[in-house]
Design a protein around this ligand. Structure first.
Ligand code: TXA
Ligand code: MG
Length: 311
């Protein structure tokens, strides 16, 4: 059911779970310091216990309460991008429950850019919030997506459709150099231009897999199979749902969507396409190949999420 901010505050305070809007995707929020509430999120999502959660905060004071090792780089990144779609991994303080961090000595933290959620955190506490989908499913970018995944049983604070539509960039700040563990709409190039900080780009090394357990799991999958489309089809199959993104295509058909190079809009709509294709009973989702397209802020995150939906 949809709930008001006042009810959401009461529910969080009493150890319940509430789905919350952010600028990236909806999250399934619980009081980060209440292990019973956090446990409920794992149970509801059917999330493996070894996949740690992001803690969502509303101020730098809260950051200090969760980590004692906040580097100058972290301060510069927070100043440049918070509130916003950047998650940073810090050494954690010992009072953060092990369940939140899946036993790691680090904690992922972000300050989301949505007024309702900021207000909720201000009135309650730091909140754990994994994406509010059943584990393995596409992340929800609308309140309706959350209601669908949980058959209406999870209370949802409806903040409208998410502005960005892909999950935050995750950067590990606990090693020698900052490393992107999950690409998002804030890229290494952007960070260098905005702050002068060099960040190693998303590299799937054994080390990173250990550091970002989430990257190991099956993710973002609709029921329809997802594939890259490497050449233009001569005919369109009725059971397939097509997405073209380059400016070479402007085809109009019920099962074809063209983005004409607007990657920001594709990012915003990608998971909605996945869910719509399932809802309409398509068997396949075919997406124009992204190899060779390097000029967009969103290409790396889109390629990552689509590849995982395929894999
Ligand atoms: O945009 C987002 O980040 C959304 C919204 C709701 O904030 N949240 C989200 O959460 O995507 P989730 O749980 O679906 O993904 C969290 C990612 C996972 O890949 C997880 O492994 C990683 O962050 N992560 C969490 N804690 C970590 C830690 N201590 N070290 C490394 N990676 C961590
Ligand atoms: Mg997720």
């Amino acid at each position: 059911m949809i709930v008001s901010l006042e009810i959401a505050v009461e529910l969080i305070k009493s150890g319940e779970v509430v789905a919350i809007p952010t600028e990236t995707v909806y999250g399934l929020a619980a009081d980060a310091l209440n292990i019973h509430a956090v446990e409920k999120t794992f149970r509801l999502k059917k999330r493996p216990a070894d996949n740690p959660l992001i803690v969502h905060i509303c101020s730098m004071d809260q950051l200090n309460s969760l980590s004692s090792e906040i580097s100058d780089d972290a301060i510069r990144l927070a100043t440049a991008y918070w509130p916003g779609p950047l998650t940073m991994v810090f050494k954690k303080r010992s009072h953060i429950p092990d369940m939140v961090t899946a036993g790691l000595n680090t904690v992922a933290i972000r300050l989301p850019d949505h007024p309702l959620t900021q207000s909720l955190i201000k009135q309650t506490s730091p909140l754990t919030a994994p994406s509010a989908n059943k584990s393995g499913r596409p992340s929800p970018t609308k309140a309706d997506h959350v209601l669908d995944d949980f058959d209406g049983s999870v209370p949802v604070l409806d903040g409208g459709p998410c502005r960005i539509g892909l999950e935050s960039t995750v950067i590990d700040l606990t090693g020698n150099i900052p490393v992107i563990l999950r690409p998002g709409s804030i890229t290494a190039d952007m960070i260098f231009k905005d702050t002068g900080i060099s960040v190693a780009d998303h590299a799937v090394t054994v080390d990173n897999l250990k550091k970002s357990p989430g990257t190991r799991f099956s993710h973002y999958k609709p029921i329809a199979s997802v594939s890259w489309l490497n050449h233009v089809p001569t005919a369109f199959d009725k059971r397939s749902y097509y997405i073209f993104h380059s400016d070479q295509f402007s085809i109009q058909a019920e099962n074809v969507t063209c983005y004409n190079g607007d990657y920001e809009r594709l990012a915003k709509n990608l998971y909605d396409h996945f869910r719509r294709a399932d809802h309409l009973g398509y068997n396949h989702i075919l997406i124009e190949s992204m190899s060779g397209i390097m000029d967009s802020q969103f290409t790396s995150a889109l390629t990552d999420r689509i590849s995982k939906a395929i894999g």
